[in-house]
Design a protein around this ligand. Structure first.
Ligand code: SF4
Length: 156
């Protein structure tokens, strides 16, 4: 209950690299540095899909990553918002001619796409902030529904 209350007004982002060069990931991690300080917007980056509101997916989805990406998507609670970040995630990028199983939207549903090789941290923050109201609204609805169900159970 307390956890749900605290999380109601924050966006938890899980970063998933599906086999890229790490360039995009470095830019995502840069968002945490004092220069950008993404946490000032109530956005927290970690690698736990079970706690995530938004999946930020980088990389072209290699063969080894296809099943894992699907598993991560399954583990992510609703609203399961996905942002594909970087050229590799969007189209295969420099790995397009290789043995990839992506791009990301051919494996899981994607809500927003951010091009670039890599995109700048400011662009990544803008993409997450743009999608945050939808994520918060969907999360609030789900949490209220959960609360209602718990209250009804307690009455029985
Ligand atoms: S889009 Fe560019 S920086 Fe990002 S993973 Fe692909 S090659 Fe690396």
């Amino acid at each position: 209950m307390i956890k749900d209350f605290v999380r109601k007004r924050s966006i938890n982002v899980c970063l998933v690299n599906t086999g890229g060069c790490n360039g995009c990931d470095i830019e995502v991690v840069s968002c945490l540095a004092p220069k950008y300080d993404i946490e000032q917007y109530g956005i927290y980056v970690h690698n736990n899909p079970r706690e995530a509101d938004v999946l930020v997916v980088t990389g072209p989805v290699t063969g080894a990553w296809e099943k894992r990406l699907l598993e991560i998507y399954e583990k992510t609670p609703e609203p399961k918002i996905v942002i594909a970040v970087g050229a590799c995630a969007l189209s295969g990028g420099i790995f397009k001619e290789g043995h990839i199983h992506g791009p990301v939207d051919s494996v899981i549903p994607v809500d927003a796409k951010l091009p670039g090789c890599p995109p700048r941290p400011s662009e990544i923050i803008s993409a997450v902030v743009a999608i945050a109201p939808d994520a918060l609204a969907a999360k609030e609805k789900l949490l209220n529904q959960k609360l209602k169900e718990e209250k009804n159970k307690a009455k029985v």
